[in-house]
Design a protein around this ligand. Structure first.
Ligand code: NAD
Length: 483
């Protein structure tokens, strides 16, 4: 890939590459350099209609939904191709969204595992035999694919988030129209190049790029879409759900978070300190599962604050391709401005700024220092709103009941961390927390076998794991008269 010339992309519909019907395109810029590096087609409703038609025809007429073992083989081939292209995909993603190259390599290393895991489930889609109340009827259920699934992605980790929805949806026999974020579209088009080689029937996978308000909206306003798998902010999620309601399209919504990372007095303190720091700085805080509220027992509160105050400023900000960098630039200037605004709000609300609270002096561009606010009350905006940056609100608590109450006092419910060496407490607290993913003595682990999703404003439905197969299939009940 040349550093000088623009990489140009096309959209992928019905197994063919084409410019957008508008003939328009938009530029994707590297957040670190600010320089445009790729030209992305700007699709509109016409491209969406063509892609949905292709996906519907592939669902109705190709072998895809009828031959589970053949589907599995194609998904395994896709996993091989993704494995061979980890570096290519990681470079493209890091270039588009500014996240650390090594983090994107890690994420793209996980991606093939999703397709492998779900390939193995393609011929294990069990229905059930139901006795029912009548002797003269034999009843059973089949789990059937929905049909055409619209998959809409955010910019922060496109490949893995795509895999969480696409792998189970495809394994179950559905076909897809995928719309990546306008801020990180290229890796999904690179993914389509690999899908093109893997042996899918034409139309099973389609990718239309463009603006959310145009392409995303058109995908919600199409009666041939059978289900929507949307990942993004609660604001856009609400719009999607409202639009989809007109056509009664069911949806899975994977939205934001304000996740508590709870440290009890009986925690292994060194590990907990590291876990809290990594919880809000990993991915520069641009992660739905960012541990952005640190709830700390009062007896270890000062120790933890000392650790964060000493260690957070040591983190290296800079070029996302440099292996020594720990926090890269934000994806957009708008994101940087949002972080600055929230820090102002935190100061006005009376939270105690321990470290950070400014852009680094030595670096131009969309950077912000890791920022620690102490003595935060949970009703402050900085404890309630998703900031999507490396900013943590540290909140003290007195006992387990108070920790649970504060942790659950949020409109979100995506993830939580529990740090304790007391096994009974770990399970007891995990049971009480209103969060879709809970980690004990670790934070941010993902796996294709684990269901992922949220409560409240973090969305509804589940991707990954066996639950995703239920999410992307619908039961059909059959009663046979055997009189
Ligand atoms: P966003 O909501 O701005 O965009 C997400 C997608 O929605 C994009 O593809 C965008 O083009 C599209 N979109 C925008 N307006 C639309 C409209 N009117 N109709 C249809 N689609 C529209 O989110 P983002 O900034 O890309 O990503 C960050 C957000 O995503 C954060 O809130 C983060 O927590 C969340 N997120 C959630 C998860 C999860 O699995 N729960 C994972 C990653 C990110």
């Amino acid at each position: 890939m040349s550093e000088m010339s623009l990489e140009t992309y096309q959209i992928y519909v019905n197994g063919e590459w084409a410019d957008a019907q508008s003939r328009k395109s938009f530029l994707s810029s590297e957040p670190y350099t600010g320089k445009a590096w790729a030209e992305i087609p700007e699709g509109d409703e016409r491209d969406v209609i063509a892609a949905v038609q292709a996906a519907k025809t592939a669902f109705d007429e190709s072998w895809w939904k009828r031959e589970p073992r053949r589907r599995a083989a194609v998904l395994q081939r896709l996993a091989e191709l993704l494995t061979e292209n980890i570096e290519v995909l990681a470079h493209v993603e890091s270039r588009d969204n500014g996240k650390l190259l090594r983090e994107m390599v890690g994420m793209n290393t996980m991606t093939p595992a999703y397709y492998r895991y779900f390939a193995e489930t393609a011929d294990h889609l069990f229905g059930s035999v139901i006795r029912g109340g009548s002797e003269d009827v034999f009843s059973y259920t089949l789990r059937e694919p929905y049909g055409v699934i619209a998959v809409q992605l955010p910019w922060n980790t496109p490949s893995v988030i795509l895999a969480q929805a696409a792998a189970p949806a495809l394994a179950a026999g559905n076909t897809l129209v995928i719309k990546p974020s306008e801020f990180a579209a290229a890796s999904t088009l690179e993914f389509a190049k690999l899908a093109d080689q893997a042996g899918f029937p034409a139309g099973v996978i389609n990718v239309v790029t463009g603006m959310g308000a145009v392409v995303g909206a058109a995908l919600c306003n199409n009666s041939d879409i059978d289900k929507i798998a949307f990942t993004g902010s609660p604001e856009a999620g609400r719009l999607v759900a409202r639009q989809a309601a007109d056509y009664l399209i069911p949806s899975v919504l994977e939205l934001g978070g304000k996740s508590p990372n709870i440290v009890f007095e009986d925690a292994h303190l060194d590990r907990a300190c590291e876990g809290v720091l990594a919880g809000f700085t990993a991915a520069g805080g641009q992660s739905c599962i960012c541990g952005s509220r640190a709830l700390i027992h009062e007896s270890v509160y000062d120790t933890l604050l000392e650790y964060l105050t000493a260690e957070a400023p040591k983190m290296t900000l800079g070029d996302p391709r440099d292996p020594g960098t720990q926090i890269g630039p934000f994806c957009t200037q708008q994101q940087l401005e949002k972080i600055k605004q929230f820090v102002e709000i935190g100061l006005q609300e009376g939270a105690r700024l321990l470290t950070g609270g400014q852009a680094p002096k030595a670096l131009d561009g969309w950077f912000y220092e890791p920022t620690v606010f102490a003595d935060v009350r949970n009703d402050m905006q900085i404890a309630q709103e998703e900031i999507f940056g490396p900013v943590v609100s540290v909140i003290p608590f007195k006992d387990e009941a108070e920790a649970i109450r504060i942790a659950n006092d949020t409109r979100y419910g995506l993830a939580a961390g529990i740090w304790t060496q007391n096994v009974a407490r770990a399970h007891r607290v995990a049971r009480e927390l209103r969060a879709g993913s809970i980690w004990v003595n670790q934070y941010r682990k993902g796996d294709p076998a684990f269901p992922f999703g949220g409560f409240g404003d973090s969305g509804y439905g589940r991707q990954s794991g066996q639950d995703a197969l239920f999410e992307f299939t619908v039961p059909k009940s059959i009663q046979v008269n055997i009189e």
